[in-house]
Design a binder for this molecule. Structure first.
Ligand code: NAI
Ligand code: HPV
Length: 529
């Protein structure tokens, strides 16, 4: 397994990767985009911070790539959609740098109140100027926090300790959570109108881009102080520059920029009421050690076939969930594969119904396994838990999940139905049972059967007439095919019967032809699970 460490992460993280048996680690920092394309051609994993851009082109150039690990929070330097489509897991380390970034934000807040960097620069230049650098206090001022997540909440605690009134705007936050933190939850307009200090702590998304623009700044108090240690582009830089020059904004503290590195001739660099840092939020010894080790462990887990943690494009499963859901994940794959092979090539809908204790669990992983199973023979080994939903969507197949509290007759049951464009439904259901908790198929197309959910199956629909089992057995026997298991089902005597035959080896083309051509056989499908 080859791992490319493309940005500088903690040496302890790199050492952890090197210690893994069979791992080869390449450290290459600050490579040009062209060099990155060359480096990734045979790697299975890439570790990054915010510098190296993992574009769609990079992902396309890395055919063996399984995982991109971000030692930090923001994954905006990774083309997550392109990774998802290729089935590449993207993971981050969400909490390791929270305190570091909250503390840097608070440092900026203090520097916005007291121009320490400016005074220090003046001292360094040999001056003794006591008039130009007086400030204001934080006590009893109002701080508006936009985005009350991990970092925003830690900034809030520090502001409260300094005697500030704290307002927050976060549309996704339960009001009870803000209340528990003694923070006033307000609208964005209220926050803009009432705050003396404003700090933003959300990801850059289509919704948050330029959230603080000319119109938003217009609503603010004159002299408001503004801080961004989240992502460049949440605050519109041209609007902020104009407001700083006009005096509408009294001071600003920025750690992140619309374009990084910040241009040498950026106007921000020359404004006296602005303090700039070069994206240092996560740059503490503690945070780097924490996120570096964490991402190394997460990458090793994925490459060693273990649990997936902190993935941003696939449901993460902890060891306990894997223990409970694991057997059903496998069954889901088998049912998806089975239904694909008994249904027409084009379907409109894949409907998955759960009964039993699965209903109370997060069944997302099983649902993805059904999708993966359905696609396995269509999209080959390229399909996995990450890209299965995207690939199905691209085929125009909708997915519906039903959790039923009704009685299925089994303690747990999964039913997978494929609905064709003509409304015809093809279905199979399965459970796990017996001493060995074996996966069993318990119905096919509404008929009760019972065979192990593994290996090769012949699914036959035939006239219910004497001698059918013998005839099929003879055809297979003459073909040298041994029957491992068999299940028969019919609704009424003399009607249509179902026969599911599990065989040890694949019947020859000739044997299949004979079975299909038998006058009493209406349908014959050969299924490989
Ligand atoms: N400067 C640096 O070096 C660092 C920057 N960051 C950045 O800080 C930001 C926040 O990180 P965390 O607190 O860990 O993330 P988080 O996910 O814990 O918090 C983000 C919060 O923003 C809220 N939010 C989302 N959309 C919103 C909207 N339209 N309006 C208001 N609130 C919205 C979410 O509900 C959530 O509570 C991220 O962009 C991250 O990349 C993180 C670490 C270091
Ligand atoms: O974790 C984040 O989102 C950060 O912005 C930290 O970036 P860095 O790892 O210091 O390049």
């Amino acid at each position: 397994m080859k791992v490319l460490v493309a940005d500088k992460i903690s040496p302890k993280g790199v050492a952890y990767l090197r210690q893994q048996p069979g791992f080869e680690v390449i450290e290459a920092y600050g490579s040009s985009p062209e060099k990155v394309l060359e480096l990734v051609k045979d790697v299975h994993a890439i570790a990054v911070r915010s510098e190296t851009k993992i574009t769609a082109k990079v992902i396309a150039a890395a055919p063996l790539l399984k995982v991109v690990g971000r030692a930090g929070v923001g994954v905006d330097n990774v083309d997550v959609d392109a990774a998802t489509e290729r089935g590449v897991i993207v993971m981050n380390t969400p909490s390791g740098n929270t305190i570091a970034t909250a503390e840097l934000t608070f440092t900026h807040l203090l520097c916005g109140a007291r121009p320490v960097p400016q005074a220090a620069a003046s001292m360094r230049a040999g001056n003794w100027d006591r008039k130009s650098f007086s400030g204001i206090e934080l006590l009893r001022k109002t701080l508006g926090i936009v985005g009350l997540g991990r970092i925003g909440s830690e900034v809030a605690k520090r502001a409260q300790a300094f005697g500030m009134r704290v307002l927050a705007y976060d549309p996704y936050l339960a009001p009870s959570r803000a209340k528990a933190m003694q923070i006033e939850s307000v609208t964005l307009d209220e926050l803009l109108q009432q705050s003396d200090y404003i700090t933003v702590h959300m990801p850059l998304t289509d919704d948050t881009k330029y959230m603080i623009d000319e119109a938003a700044l217009e609503k603010c108090k004159k002299g408001v102080r503004i801080f961004n240690c989240a992502r460049g582009g949440i605050i519109k830089e041209t609007a902020l520059l104009a407001a700083l020059k006009s005096g509408k904004v009294g001071a600003a503290g920025l750690d992140v920029y619309e374009d990084e590195p910040l241009a040498k001739d950026s106007e921000f660099r020359s404004l006296p009421n602005v303090v700039l840092t070069p994206h240092l939020g996560a740059s503490t010894a503690e945070a780097q050690e924490s996120v570096g080790i964490e991402i190394a462990e997460q990458i090793a887990d994925v490459l060693n076939g273990g649990v997936i943690r902190n993935a941003v494009n696939v449901p993460s499963l902890d060891a306990n969930t894997v223990k409970v859901l694991g057997p059903y994940i496998d069954l889901g794959t088998k049912l998806g594969t089975l239904v694909q092979q008994i249904s027409p090539a084009q379907i409109d809908l894949l409907k998955i119904t759960y009964w039993g204790k699965i209903v109370d669990l997060d069944a997302n992983a099983i649902t993805r396994s059904v999708q993966r199973g359905y696609l396995r023979r269509i999209s080959g080994e390229e399909v996995n838990f990450v890209n299965a939903p995207v690939l199905l969507e691209r085929l125009g197949v909708k997915v519906e999940v039903v959790k039923s509290t009704g009685d299925s007759g089994y303690s747990e049951l999964i039913q997978v139905e494929a609905v064709g464009p003509d409304g015809a439904i093809y279905r199979a259901s399965g459970t796990r049972m017996g001493k060995q908790n074996q996966a069993r198929i318990v119905s096919v197309n509404g008929r009760e059967v019972e065979v192990a959910a593994e290996g090769k199956l012949l699914v036959l629909e035939n006239l219910d007439q004497p001698g059918m089992v013998g005839e099929i057995g003879t055809i297979l026997g003459q073909d040298g095919v041994n029957i491992a298991d068999m299940s028969l089902s019919r609704l009424i005597p003399g009607g249509t019967a179902y026969m599911v035959v599990r065989v040890d080896t694949e019947p020859s083309d000739n044997a299949r032809k004979i079975i299909k051509g038998h006058p009493a056989i209406k349908q014959a499908k050969f299924v490989q699970l």
